[in-house]
Design a protein around this ligand. Structure first.
Ligand SMILES: Cc1ncc(C[n+]2csc(CCO)c2C)c(N)n1
Length: 229
């Protein structure tokens, strides 16, 4: 079955997981926070709260990708997961600190931030999906983070007008991040085919993977809600 939509193509497994929870996916990728980034109406205080929480999110998310190195089934999977860990720890964290400093949030303030329960819930859920499951369970829980921001960035780059959040939009809509989304999609498709063959949807594992994807999507919706605080 070929799934067609107007969103960018990040692979077949992602397209199927996404099609399994269309309403949740829409609520995540078209959240009022996202629309506020697009039209510039998002209050700055909400964006700063989001940035402070996202610093802590990225630390735990790096741990989850590190677990993917451990749960990988071959060298190529280990290399792909470890490249993401490296990019997160050495580039994205530094970029994040730089953005926060530009917004007047010091590194000390970031270090001292208290983790919100919705933030904790999300990253620990992803880690737990990996601890108690295998590489595929973990990837299904990791996918909404990567691909959701890819879709949001790609759409906002096309649709956004005047907005003070253009840097954010260009980071995720830009070619470098879009390539990461396609590479992650290819990693997932390959990992699925190697383990589950050509018809994964017929297997008892399938609904479990869909549930991890849908739960992580719900937790992303909750994360946008942190911006209200
Ligand atoms: C709540 C939240 N969800 C997703 C991202 C985006 N993101 C985080 S790590 C990463 C790349 C490797 O997985 C991406 C795209 C974010 N910053 N904050």
């Amino acid at each position: 079955m070929t799934i067609t939509n107007t969103a960018p193509d990040y692979g077949q497994s992602f397209a199927r997981w996404r099609a399994h929870c269309p309403d949740l996916w829409h609520d995540y990728t078209h959240h009022p926070f996202v629309e506020g980034l697009k039209d510039g109406t998002l209050p700055r205080a909400a964006f700063l709260t989001y940035l402070r929480q996202d610093y802590l999110f990225l630390i735990h998310f790096s741990r989850a990708w590190s677990l993917a190195v451990v749960k990988a089934g071959n060298l190529a999977e280990m290399q792909a997961a470890s490249a993401t860990v490296h990019a997160l720890l050495h580039f994205e964290m530094a970029l994040h600190v730089e953005i926060c400093e530009g917004e007047g949030i010091s590194r000390a303030e970031l270090e001292a931030a208290e983790e919100a329960p919705a933030n904790m819930a999300y990253t620990r859920y992803v880690l737990e999906a990996g601890y108690s499951g295998d590489f595929l369970d973990l990837l299904a829980a990791l996918a909404p983070c990567v691909m959701g921001y890819g879709e949001i960035g790609e759409r906002l780059l096309r649709e956004a007008g005047e907005t003070p959040y253009r840097d954010w939009i260009e980071t995720y809509g830009g070619e470098e991040f879009q390539t990461l989304c396609r590479d992650t999609g290819a990693l997932i498709d390959r990992a699925m085919a190697d383990r589950l063959g050509t018809d994964p949807q017929s297997l008892p594992r399938w609904p479990v993977l869909c549930r991890h994807f849908a739960n992580a999507t719900r937790l992303e919706i909750g994360f946008w809600g942190l911006g209200r605080a």
